[in-house]
Design a binder for this molecule. Sequence first.
Ligand code: PGA
Length: 263
Amino acid sequence: MRVVILDNPQQVSLFAADRVDRLVRERLLVRQPLVLGLATGGTPLGLYKLLAERHRNDGLSFRGVETFNLDEYVGLPPDHEQSYHFYMHDALFRHVDFDTGANHLPRTWQCDLSESAKAYERDIEQRGGIDLQILGIGTDGHIGFNEVGSSLGSRTRLKTLTRRTRQDNARYFASIDEVPTMALTMGIATILESQSIVLMATGAGKARAVAGCVEGPISAGMPASALQLHPDVTVIVDTDAASELLHVEYYSDSERVRASLIR
Ligand code: PGA
């Protein structure tokens, strides 16, 4: 795993935006399609803001790019302000130039959820898989909504949210009782099939989960630790989220050596 430790959340967003920006422009140049995996939550908001700004001011175009989001709540209509359909439209899609029909989220409203999960997997496969998956991480170590105990071989499916996740997300709702109890989420195996993965985390509240993800034993008790099985993961964190990592000095040395080679 590549671990990049930066001073603050703004730098984390900037690093992630540069990575996405580079990939989008490279693929456009060679006229190859690109499939991005997207995440919701507070963490990637800065990334989406930067991508929208670069579209507006710097010629970054998303034509030909398709997106698949990690997850969607069950029980909220797509136009509900706290649905991830709404979040993505508001944070990114309406600000940039994706082709019509290029943005996919799991369907959870008034449909057969098990069919919808299968269709989502099929749709990803039909596009040749995800090239770059953006991830956040829950304070309990979830990725997507793969909560503690999620099979490391799991595919897109219905998952019950932990009390902790519902508490973490209650800030967006009038009360915790309004936070949905279930979601349809890509599985851990689905996520691990992405070509490359970027995990973003900021703030001290994520420190334990980040340490478990990068340095802990691989375990369904810390779903993000499954990322250790993937050959191309970049974990981008601020110093607060890095505060429980044991090998900070080594990660920083590695980045310095890398920078000196690239220069
Ligand atoms: P957050 O959520 O970005 O709002 O902290 C991350 C997650 O739950 O994956």
